[in-house]
Design a protein around this ligand. Structure first.
Ligand code: ATP
Length: 474
């Protein structure tokens, strides 16, 4: 991880926020190369889930929303993590990340308390309760509250989905692991609305679809896995095991499985094992990536049933229903939610692409990023920087290529070093202008991965690069 953090800072992918003031915990800025990679990830996602699909449309909802939204969604009440304070050094920790002692000073910890992760702010000039609002902790709610607007304007039939990319904010108690867990981040979220009864099949399809997206963009399959959120389990004395959502009452447990709730007397139960499946979800999986810090969530894909539309219908008084022409009835759709993090994807693509190898007795660092994701597609160098004719020709070629691709011109070092610099940031092709180029009007194209060089006429350069880079037009 340190190697990646170091590369990110040194080459201008990611900087700590407000670094000259000592930094701001859990907040990062994306530098000149970082913003390109990040934009390319977002474009690739948008292309796959909006542009290339007939059943999807996009949305860009505001970060600030009516405070009732978060009451209806359950965030005002329940978007909390347990926190503990160290009685000695006063440091605050997420209770489920620490043992019974302070990791910093070994001091005694307080009992866990629930801490709401939403950032609060005020709208308008009066800082009183009425004007208090939150920064959104997820983009999803902007989709639910616009359900009717999109339905009536885009005229979609079920099943259809709405996609959105945007910033989210969570006041994480223990932000850590670089851009993996931060307080300001970006999400790429889909709410895919389906007829109840078709939800399980669509859920499975989205799991496969989303997994394949990461693989198509270069993540190695063996570094990805799908992890199921386990439901609660009741182990009965008879040996039977019941799964679902369990609630405890005086003399019995109530276990909810789909639409049914079963009451089980306590004397019949041997033990109750709580799971992590959210109360509103019928099924939820995480796509996990093998990060340098271990297997961790990259994207969550949940079958949220009609929980959100129902909640917003109740709280807003507007019926968020769909008229189904087949059955001639109004139905409340179920929703499948694939929710991915841009920053975590960024880290995964970077980690997966990072390779160190030995070439001619020297270490070569190369980012084998998919060409569509690479921040710079082509770099152009003059072989000799003290020959003005070469410099001029190289600059002219670079200016021409900029019309099509992110192109970098560099003459600040010897050719070997220039190649290494581009390998390290994942640039797929380097173009070199040499003395012979002045006569034969041809240049060499060097391939990042194979390091092979071929000579191409300048007149054919755009064509030759188009062949190699594909259209690259995310
Ligand atoms: P975790 O369990 O890691 O806190 P979560 O289950 O709360 O994550 P979701 O609410 O499912 O996360 O959010 C969907 C996606 O948004 C996550 O898969 C992740 O990629 C991204 N995400 C969530 N919280 C953060 C964060 N603090 N920093 C960066 N990305 C995040």
């Amino acid at each position: 991880m340190d190697t990646l953090v170091n590369l990110c800072k040194r080459r201008g992918f990611v900087f700590q926020s407000s670094e000259i003031y000592g930094g701001l915990g859990g907040v990062y800025d994306y530098g000149p190369l970082g913003v390109e990679l990040k934009n390319n990830i977002k474009r690739a996602w948008w292309k796959a889930v909006v542009q290339e699909r007939e059943d999807m449309v996009g949305l860009d909802a505001a970060i600030l929303m009516h405070p009732q939204v978060w009451v209806a969604s359950g965030h005002a009440e329940g978007f909390t993590d347990p926190m503990v304070d160290c009685k000695v050094c006063k440091k605050r920790w997420r209770a489920d990340f620490v043992g019974d002692r302070c990791p910093e000073c070994g001091g005694e910890l307080t009992e866990p308390r629930q801490f709401n992760l939403m950032f609060r702010t005020f709208i308008g000039p009066v800082e009183d309760e009425a004007a208090q609002i939150w920064l959104r902790p997820e983009t999803a709610q902007g989709i639910f509250v616009n359900f009717l607007n999109v339905l009536s304007s885009a005229r979609k039939k079920l099943p259809f989905g709405i996609a959105q990319i945007g910033k989210s904010f969570r006041n994480e108690i223990t932000p850590r692991n670089f851009i993996f867990r931060v307080r300001e981040f970006e999400q790429m979220e889909i709410e895919y609305f389906v007829l109840p009864g078709t939800d399980e099949e669509w859920h499975q399809r989205w799991i496969e679809e989303r997994l394949q997206w990461y693989v198509d963009l270069g993540l190695q399959r063996e570094n990805l896995r799908v992890r199921e959120h386990q439901p609660d389990r009741l182990y009965l004395k008879s040996g039977q095991v019941l799964t679902g959502r369990v609630k405890e009452f005086g003399t019995y447990y109530a276990i909810t499985q789909g639409p049914e709730t079963l009451e089980v007397p306590k004397e019949e139960v041997e033990r109750w094992e709580p799971g992590e499946l959210a109360h509103y979800a019928r099924r939820c999986v995480d796509i996990e990536y093998r990060f340098p810090i271990g297997w961790q969530e990259l994207e969550g894909i949940a079958n949220r049933t009609d929980f959100d539309l129902r909640q917003h219908s109740q709280h807003s008084g507007k019926e968020l229903l769909y008229f189904d022409p087949e059955s001639n009835q109004h139905v409340m759709p179920y929703v499948i939610e694939p929710s991915a993090g841009v920053d975590r994807s960024f880290l995964a693509f970077l980690a997966d692409a990072y390779h160190e190898e030995e070439v001619g007795g020297q270490k070569r660092v190369v980012l084998r990023l998919d060409k569509r994701l690479a921040p710079i597609k082509v770099a152009v160098f003059p072989l000799l920087r003290n020959r003005p004719e070469l410099v001029e020709m190289a600059r002219r070629i670079a200016a021409d290529l900029r019309r099509y691709w992110m192109t970098w011109y560099d003459d600040t070092a010897g050719i070997g070093r220039l190649y290494r610099r581009q390998d390290e940031i994942g640039t797929p092709y380097c173009i070199t202008v040499d003395v012979q180029s002045l006569q034969d009007h041809a240049v060499t194209i060097r391939d990042r991965d194979s390091m092979e060089q071929v000579r191409v006429s300048v007149d054919r350069l755009v064509e030759a690069l188009t062949e190699r880079l594909g259209r690259c037009d995310l």
